[in-house]
Design a protein around this ligand. Structure first.
Ligand SMILES: [Zn+2]
Length: 502
């Protein structure tokens, strides 16, 4: 059996509604998952919810609900939203699930067994950000406040906790990140940030909370629960079934996709936890930037205005997926605005891909009764298609999802220009059947390629185009078809308007 590509997203905190910032991460990871499937590789794609912690407990109390009822509602809302955006995850982890608690207990017991000195009792006194669910060190504060949650007051907290000896792993994690081979942190700006943190040195961290009942009981203690972040990180492992048989057929993860604000947990604490347990490390972390709205981070907790539902309704889920990857991107911060969304939709989807498909298919219908003629391999458009495939694959392999979208745009532009120059209507008028066959065939071949290339970004629209090209099923595993787009003899049908204008 081929080992699956194991991909995860961050699990979202069960507090508030899904927003565009969450959507960027889920869609980007879904595009990566679909890229691997496109090449025929099985993918295990995990998403889920982070359901413990003080903030969830407080929100449930404020709503007059039992915490489990509260998180059940939020989990359903998030997952429905991601399915509506065509996310193709095949596991949904909730940290309140019994299988997760089993994994957390097993990992802690294993750390205690393999590295007994690394768990110890201590007293913690410090400033706690309820927004981050994290104790903050002085060096992490800006003007005495959490930079991620500048509107929240930090809470001075003092309690007896269990600690994890993170400081003992500083040298090993530093060497790991300096080498950047077995465990990669990308993009490079994020890796450099983590290297700077490591070079400053690490402090041991509290990994339990006293008197917070909403959490997983900490093994070997009476009144402590596992600190929400320590608990949450373990979801990537517990989702493999750990410690039950078969977990190591899935673990280690190939890629953790997370936001740039939580790299310290994923690039430093998580590898150290696994080292302490003597378990294999994930192969990499990809830390994307934030969606900006008018120059500020889109995040519900800071009261931003843009609604995810409104963005989905604007031009449908596929168009939003496309716009997030094409315009916001998956590396740095990027701006979202409806003006820009409308402009890109109009120029690249409605006038670009949509118009190309409808013109080409209408001409095959009109001049060849809807049957794709043979030939086309010698046309200039064929070379453009091959270039697009190459650029797309290089971009996807480098998690340059914006670059992958650009490769699609480039081929659409070539194909629309090719129609203008080849002028099939003039060839028909002149009864130049051989040339007309070649041109129509080349266009059909380009559309096969575009359906395949578009599949990870716009799965529903790509499937509609695939059907219009007279193909069975979906283009979802069609990378080979894109390389050799045999389509002569297919009976095309006029597609529904792929990208209608309002
Ligand atoms: Zn914070």
């Amino acid at each position: 059996m081929t080992r699956p590509y194991y991909l995860t997203t961050a699990i979202d905190y069960a507090n508030g509604d899904p927003h565009l910032g969450h959507a960027l991460e889920k869609v980007g990871a879904d595009v990566i998952a679909r890229w691997h499937r496109l090449q025929g590789r099985p993918v295990r794609f995990l998403m889920g919810m982070d359901e413990h912690g003080q903030k969830v407990f407080q929100s449930a109390q404020a709503a007059g609900m039992a915490p489990q009822v509260w998180v059940d509602g939020i989990s359903a809302r998030f997952e429905t939203t991601w399915r509506g955006l065509h996310c193709s995850h095949n596991d949904w982890m909730r940290t309140t699930a019994p299988r997760h608690a089993t994994g957390v207990r097993a990992l802690l017991e294993r750390i205690r067994e393999r590295s007994p000195d690394d768990l110890f009792d201590g007293e913690y006194e410090g400033l706690y950000c309820v927004g981050c669910e994290e104790f903050k060190q002085e060096s992490q504060l800006v003007d005495g406040r959490c930079p991620e949650h500048p509107t929240r007051d930090l809470v001075a907290t003092r309690e007896r906790n269990t600690f994890f000896r993170l400081s003992a792993y500083r040298d090993r994690v530093l060497a790991l990140l300096e080498e950047n081979r077995e465990f990669t942190v990308e993009p490079v700006t994020r890796r450099n940030e983590m290297l700077a943190v490591l070079r400053e040195g690490l402090q041991d961290i509290s990994i339990s909370r006293s008197r917070l009942p909403w959490g997983i009981p900490f093994p070997g203690t009476d009144d402590e629960t596992v600190y929400v972040w320590f608990d949450a990180l373990i979801n990537y492992l517990s989702a493999t079934g750990y410690p039950a048989d078969g977990w190591d057929e899935i673990w280690p993860a190939d890629l953790h996709v997370v936001g740039k604000g939580i790299t310290r947990f994923h690039c430093i604490i998580w590898p150290a936890m696994l080292m302490a347990a003597d378990l294999p490390l994930p192969k990499g972390v990809w830390a994307h930037g934030y969606v900006q709205w008018g120059g500020a981070k889109v995040s519900k907790s800071e009261g931003a205005a843009v609604s995810l539902d409104g963005a989905v309704e604007r031009h449908g889920p596929d168009a939003l997926r496309y716009f997030l990857m094409r315009e916001v991107g998956f590396s740095n911060d990027g701006d979202f605005s409806f003006e820009r969304f409308d402009a890109v939709y109009e120029s690249e989807l409605a006038n670009g891909l949509g118009n190309l498909a409808s013109r080409a298919l209408a001409m095959i219908e009109k001049y060849r009764g809807g049957v794709v003629p043979a030939g086309g391999e010698g046309e200039s458009l064929e070379a453009a298609g091959e270039r697009a495939l190459m650029a797309y694959a290089v971009s996807m392999d480098g998690t340059d999802l914006k670059g992958a979208a650009e490769a699609i745009v480039a081929l659409v532009t070539e194909a629309n220009g090719y129609i203008t120059v080849a002028a099939p209507w003039a060839l028909a008028k002149a009864n130049d059947d051989a040339r007309l066959d070649a041109v129509l065939a080349a266009l059909a071949r380009a559309l096969v390629r575009l359906a395949v290339l578009a599949a990870p970004l716009m799965p529903a629209k790509a499937a509609a185009l695939w059907t219009a090209l007279g193909q069975q099923g979906t283009p979802d595993a069609g990378w080979e078809r894109a390389q050799a787009p045999a389509i002569a003899g297919a009976r095309v049908v006029k597609p529904e308007n792929l990208f209608p204008r309002e």
